[in-house]
Design a protein around this ligand. Structure first.
Ligand SMILES: CSC[C@@H](O)[C@@H](O)C(=O)COP(=O)(O)O
Length: 352
């Protein structure tokens, strides 16, 4: 057992120490880099719920470490019940990103095969580390597949939404990993980063992460995306995903669907980049995906400063579903699905 996190590429947001888990508090970025230490699953579940850690793969990885912590700190009595409760608590933290449930299923399988607490402690930690390591490897593989799809010669600009970087994953990033690779290959003119209202993952996290890594980034209001695409130098809109269903529909951060409509109108490529842990072949279409709604206060105020009349009614769905028909290509570490539909999805991922 290594008792260390895999080496992240880009900003590190998850640090595993074997007996505790440190998460970079993403609520405080870009102003402050503050780490929260967790020694139990409840704290990890709360950090997922409160968005200390966010982004589909990072949520799955953190939950897996949460289960490992539950074993590490379980009493010697009914340790099976304690770990089972921890898994249930983690599963209730956020509903949309399937990576959470995928990671917990992996942990459950290992847990079910353990005959003693000592064995569970070792094996659950090793499984969580494997999930973390494999996510980083998937990101690197996806970047390779994605840039091979892009036939443009010379340099070009891209537009992205939300944060899909090292902060949201095991390191490197999904959509942002592709952007990193384009930059490494000197094919990237610049990245337009949607600010991503209301939580501002684009301005607070993506712009920060890219600027730190020396990748040319221009921040824009979400409402400016149509005008930016109309100007013609953006060739691809590249986004991540929280859940991809059997017909190729994609749940991702609210605002992704409008970008897909805009991309189709302006004949700009629309690419979704996500590891296979984001694919949910058990759901027929996006209509079956549970869409998280968060507190109205996320729109009414920012860090206590009022932005709207006190108590005004708010509708705050934090994800939307982009129909497969608006997506040009889905990229995973297992390969790509062009013009996704059920046939293409089944070819790559089986029946589910
Ligand atoms: C690699 S992250 C892909 C998605 O999880 C990301 O685009 C997103 O929607 C994150 O939402 P968040 O609410 O910040 O967890």
């Amino acid at each position: 057992m290594t008792k260390t996190s895999p080496r992240s590429i880009g900003t590190v947001a998850i640090r595993w120490h074997g007996h505790s888990l440190d998460l970079l508090d993403q609520r405080l970025l870009p102003g402050e880099e503050h780490w929260l230490t967790h020694d139990g699953a409840s704290g990890v579940a709360q950090s997922i719920r409160d968005m200390v850690v966010r982004g589909a793969p990072a949520i799955g990885i953190s939950a897996a470490y949460g289960v490992a912590l539950a074993a590490r700190h379980a009493g010697s009595g009914d340790w099976k019940a304690e770990i089972g409760q921890a898994i249930d608590e983690l599963a209730a933290s956020r509903p949309t990103a399937v990576n959470l449930f995928w990671a917990l299923e992996r942990m459950k399988k290992v847990f079910a095969a353990c005959g003693s607490l000592a064995e569970a402690t070792d094996r659950l930690a090793a499984e969580a580390e494997a999930i973390h390591r494999e996510d980083l490897a998937a990101n690197l593989a996806m970047a390779g597949h994605a840039v091979a799809v892009m036939e443009e010669s010379g340099t070009f600009s891209v537009l992205t939404h939300c944060n899909t970087g090292a902060l949201a994953t095991g390191g490197y990033g999904t959509a942002l990993g592709v952007i990193r690779r384009l930059h490494e290959e000197k094919r990237l003119q610049q990245v337009f980063a949607d600010e991503t209202r209301p939580w501002l993952q684009g301005s607070r996290l993506t712009a920060w992460e890219l600027a730190r890594d020396g990748i040319p980034v221009t921040l824009n209001a979400d409402g400016a995306a149509a005008w930016i695409l109309a100007r013609g130098d953006v060739r691809w809109v590249i986004v991540g995903a929280d859940r991809i269903t059997a017909n190729g529909d994609v749940a991702n951060k609210i605002g992704t669907y409008s970008l897909a409509v805009l991309a189709r109108h302006h004949k700009v490529g629309f690419m979704v980049v996500a590891p296979s842990s984001t694919v949910d072949m058990s759901l027929a279409s996006g209509a079956d995906i549970p869409i998280e709604e968060r507190e109205g206060s996320e729109l009414r105020q920012i860090r206590g400063i009022p932005l709207a009349p006190d108590g005004v009614d708010v509708f705050n769905p934090v994800f939307d579903v982009t129909p497969a028909s608006l997506i040009d290509v889905i990229v995973t570490e297992q390969g790509v699905v062009r013009n996704p539909d059920i046939t293409g999805m089944r070819k790559l991922f089986g029946e589910g």
